[in-house]
Design a binder for this molecule. Sequence first.
Ligand code: GDP
Ligand code: MG
Length: 290
Amino acid sequence: MKSGFASIVGRPNVGKSTLLNRLVGQKVAIVSNKPQTTRNRIIGVVHHPEGQVVFVDTPGIHKPLHPMNERMVRVAQDALANIDLVLLMADATQPFGRGDAFVLELLQRARSSAFLLLNKIDRVAKPKLLPMLEHYQKLYPFEEFFPLSALSGDNVEALMNAVLARMPEGQPLFDPDQVTDQPERHLAAELVREQLLHRTHEELPYALGVIVEQWAESERGIRIDATILVEREGQKGIVIGAGGSLLRDAGTAARLELEQLLGCKVVLKLWVKVKEHWRRDGWLLDQMRI
Ligand code: GDP
Ligand code: MG
């Protein structure tokens, strides 16, 4: 049997979490079109007849300007070393930029075995891919190259087989029914945050934090109480929306997903609280597993 770890690293918004969900076959990481959606290390386990691969999704690597982001980037940096394989992901729709160069520098320092993944090929003409692949080839001794689409699934199975082939021999590390190490409470908070991300813009997504405060199970289902943290009074108004509409819609969407995930009826109560510098609060960041 094969068994090992592969981490997915790259700039924010290139599609790392989308790929993780596609590989695992269910949603373990939230996704949005806003950068820095993923704030912690998320594990997704793929059980295959020939072995087990533990994929590690990471926050995007960027220059951190905030204590919370420092933690996020450290998590991503750690995922570059002491790992069986690094999957370095780039966005094929974007020109190679300073952000990509920074990610490569970190990989050069870690000297890990790595594949290059060029994602979002559903959005670019094929001839454009070759020069990009050649550019990466000059910068690091990648073992394999995969143009792919995490969204459509194009070339993802080939990637999966190649990753498995590179894993060391070993016993499985996770039970066959386990796909992630995230507690359900945390996933619930993340699903709420995802729905809020879909409905907010500009600086607000960065200022949002969600914590599950209560989780009560009964024969009728699960009641979840969650607090949404924002940093300013004005943001609270935006999150609540006109007549409470934004919060209500986000809550309904998150509840429907939770009911599907947990397989029972869910009552989801959301509260919005202003806490000016919550992103500097180590205790709160710990609560959110950041
Ligand atoms: P991450 O920050 O690297 O984890 O990126 P996400 O997985 O959150 O995705 C960022 C955005 O890119 C989302 O809007 C995704 O729907 C989109 N995306 C991810 N993969 C693809 C892809 O293969 N093709 C296209 N067109 N969009 C993608
Ligand atoms: Mg992500």
